[in-house]
Design a protein around this ligand. Structure first.
Ligand code: FEO
Length: 169
């Protein structure tokens, strides 16, 4: 049976991961609407990743005899200033998520829950990848000044991303 406080915090995390899915879908819609189908694809795949993150927590709570409680998902922003602003907001959002994962880990350590600590390691590693992925795109966008031929080249590259569910460990 999982610690009650941990269960509550994981339920909150499920809501944050589902909000992340919503946020990236909203960004995808904005990018699509602005002629950047490749970047829109990248964000759609990112949204799928966030759904996976949420469901991984969902399954874990059930496996530990806890109770999943789903809360309302807030509305994400609809409009953004530019493609660069989209990726900057994504990176800022991921930093907040990283902080939440770290706080979950702190709690798992505090209540001496070794299984949850082990489970959370996957998310700790995943957050390093997520932040790096957005930072790399921001760097490239800055390099090309966020417009012109460079922007279209980057859009083409990001159109190649496909969702690959991580192998169950
Ligand atoms: Fe689920 Fe992007 O963190």
């Amino acid at each position: 049976m999982i610690n009650k406080k941990l269960e509550e915090r994981i339920n909150y995390q499920i809501n944050r991961e589902l909000y992340s899915e919503y946020l990236y879908l909203s960004m995808s819609a904005y990018l699509e609407n602005n002629g950047l189908a490749g970047m829109a694809n990248f964000m759609r795949v990112q949204a799928q990743e966030e759904h996976f993150h949420a469901m991984k927590f969902f399954t874990y709570v059930n496996e530990r005899g806890g109770r999943v409680v789903l809360d309302a998902i807030e509305q994400p922003p609809v409009d953004f200033e530019s493609p660069l602003a989209v990726f900057e907001e994504s990176l800022n959002h991921e930093k907040i998520v990283t902080d939440l994962i770290n706080k979950l880990m702190d709690l798992a350590i505090e209540v001496n829950d070794h299984a949850t600590r082990s489970f959370l390691n996957w998310y700790v590693d995943e957050q390093v990848e997520e932040e790096n992925s957005f930072q790399t795109i921001i760097d490239k966008l800055e390099l090309v000044g966020g417009k012109g031929h460079g922007l279209l080249m980057l859009d083409k590259d990001l159109g190649l991303r496909v969702f690959t569910p991580p192998v169950a460990e």
